[in-house]
Design a protein around this ligand. Structure first.
Ligand code: ADP
Length: 306
């Protein structure tokens, strides 16, 4: 019969260090999967997505029959050449751009069946965005950019909003810039404010388009660490569009796009960032020592009438 202490620690392992049974100590003796928690099913599930721009000869199919699942608490990278459809796919998955065909199920909502009002509330409640263009409010200081999100999005009171804003600004090395407006910040600082704004609320999803592109590697590395921590600690699901291969070791999964399609199945050695295939298409990092088959399938595209 296990002791009461053992039963307590089984239920609440994070208190193990109180009793000298540190999970960190255990962690040193066994291989660590890259993700702390996994939900049983996907938190975001997309199928048969199609998005085209223009018409007639000028028609460009940016996303073609894309299906994928994202799990809670994981950091996913979306990579591929310029023009391959990454930003379009990110926008469709993140409730910003309506697809021509297909479905996105996120947090239990069939998002493209929602009304505009419901979509607005879904974005506010569940999503954080980090864009290349920063999208900061010109009239607000760095601190206010974060406070606004907390007050409007989560109904947080002024004192608590300020405390949380200052905490995240501090984590990103921006304490001294808290009272400056975007015009007074460098490109890298603006990017970090945009990232702080995404991290300050407790989002279900973080969608980021090239979040490290304006940063040197020291800052870029810090930013991806924080994003990953957000995924793990707060169980957020992160999708990052990037060209930066240095981010790969931080990812749980790496999706590769080409010509609007996610690439065909790849068998990968999990627990490593190296793909066994010569042309890596998808790296699924689950615990070391097992081999998983990627869950993406390439199918014939479905074209819509408009
Ligand atoms: P990536 O993010 O991989 O660079 P995009 O999703 O931005 O790719 O673009 C995919 C394709 O869709 C490109 O050929 C691009 O020119 C086209 N495209 C994207 N957005 C628009 C738009 N608003 N209008 C017309 N074509 C677009």
């Amino acid at each position: 019969m296990p002791s009461r202490l053992t039963r307590f620690l089984t239920a609440f392992p994070r208190f193990g260090h109180w009793f000298g049974r540190s999970s960190a100590r255990k962690a040193a003796t066994r291989p660590q999967p890259p993700t702390v928690r996994r939900s049983p099913g996907p938190i975001l599930s997309a199928s048969g997505l199609l998005r085209a721009f223009g018409s007639g000869e000028a028609r460009t199919v940016a996303v073609q029959d894309v299906s994928l699942d994202l799990r809670q608490g994981e950091l996913n990278l979306l990579m591929g050449p310029s023009g391959s459809g990454k930003s379009t796919l990110l926008a469709v998955l993140s409730a910003l751009l309506r697809p021509d065909a297909g479905m996105v199920q996120a947090s239990g909502h069939d998002i493209w069946r929602m009304s505009e009002g419901e979509l607005e509330r879904f974005r506010l409640r569940h999503c954080s965005y980090i864009f290349q263009g920063y999208n900061l409010f010109p009239a607000l200081t760095a601190r206010q950019q974060l406070e606004v999100v907390l007050k409007w999005g989560e109904g947080v009171g002024s004192a608590e909003a300020r405390r949380r804003a200052d905490h995240v600004l501090g984590q990103l090395g921006l304490s001294k810039k808290a009272t400056l407006r975007p015009a007074q910040l460098s490109g890298g600082e603006k990017q970090r404010v945009a990232i702080a704004r995404a991290l300050v609320k407790n989002p279900t999803f973080i969608f980021a388009d090239e979040p490290t592109s304006a940063l040197d590697w020291e800052n870029g590395h810090q930013v991806i660490e924080m994003i990953r921590e957000c995924a793990r600690e707060r169980n957020a699901t992160v999708l990052v569009v990037t060209h930066d291969h240095r981010l790969m070791p931080y990812a749980d999964r790496v999706f590769e796009m080409a010509d609007g399609r996610l690439q065909e199945d790849a068998e990968v050695r999990v627990g490593e960032t190296r793909c066994l295939h010569k042309e890596p298409t998808l790296v699924d990092l689950t615990p070391v020592g097992t081999v998983a088959s990627a869950r993406l399938r390439l199918r014939e595209p479905v074209y819509s009438n408009h």
